[in-house]
Design a protein around this ligand. Structure first.
Ligand code: ZN
Length: 217
């Protein structure tokens, strides 16, 4: 029996055809340059949220950014316990093999993962029923405390504070990786926090000295 294409797949294939016409064929030279390997200078850690695609926000070409996206743009701390460490594997590859010069952690406005961390709405859920997310955003439990203390658990002020605190947690966790720490110290690698507010479309960059996210002019 022939499998019928769903409307969703049809839409993807229509997009693929546009890509072939506008992104592939006219740019064959660029694809040729990339076919044997990549040399991105930047790693981006962003949220899986469908509204914040780093390649779109930074208007990059293929081959320019090594991207990890996950719930709430989190980096876990350096851990060697059993399990499958997907973010750590990508980080290790980017830093040690690709030798990226910059890692940008980009949080975003209206982040569902950060909201769940703030409200703890998935606490106690079973794996597959919200438990994986609950465990993952448990990475934010400590950072949540001062946010809740200052802003409570509801409303955009509290949510935005949680979203920006999450970026700082990921930066802090990045620095628990020995390879990241040593390369940052030697100047081979820079770490940046960023925040893209989809309500206004403005990119903010973290000033780590002051802790403030400043809009990019
Ligand atoms: Zn998000």
């Amino acid at each position: 029996m022939a499998t019928e294409r769903s409307p969703e797949l049809e839409q993807l294939i229509a997009g693929y055809r546009r890509f072939r016409e506008h992104g592939w064929t006219p740019r064959l030279e660029r694809w040729q340059q990339l076919k044997d390997g990549q040399e991105p200078q930047v790693m981006i850690i962003a949220c899986s949220d469908s509204r914040v695609d780093p390649a779109q926000i930074f208007d990059t070409d293929p081959g320019e950014m090594f991207v990890v996206r996950n719930v709430a743009a989190m980096v876990p701390p350096f851990e060697t316990n059993p399990g499958h460490h997907g973010v750590s594997a990508a980080l290790e590859f980017a830093v040690q093999v690709l030798k990226v010069k910059e890692i940008v952690v980009m949080g975003h406005g209206m982040c569902g993962g950060c909201k769940a961390a703030l409200t703890q709405s998935l606490k106690g859920a079973e794996p597959g029923e919200g438990g994986f997310v609950a465990d993952w955003i448990g990475l934010l439990d400590e950072a949540r405390e001062p946010v809740v203390h200052e802003h409570g658990t509801e409303g955009r002020t509290a949510e935005r504070a949680m979203e920006q605190a999450a970026v700082k947690v990921s930066l802090q966790n990045l620095r628990t990786f020995p390879c990241v720490r040593s390369k940052e110290r030697s100047g081979e690698l820079k770490l940046r926090g960023a925040f893209f507010a989809i309500s206004d479309g403005v990119l903010h960059v973290l000033d780590e000295a002051s802790g403030a996210f400043e809009p990019v002019a």
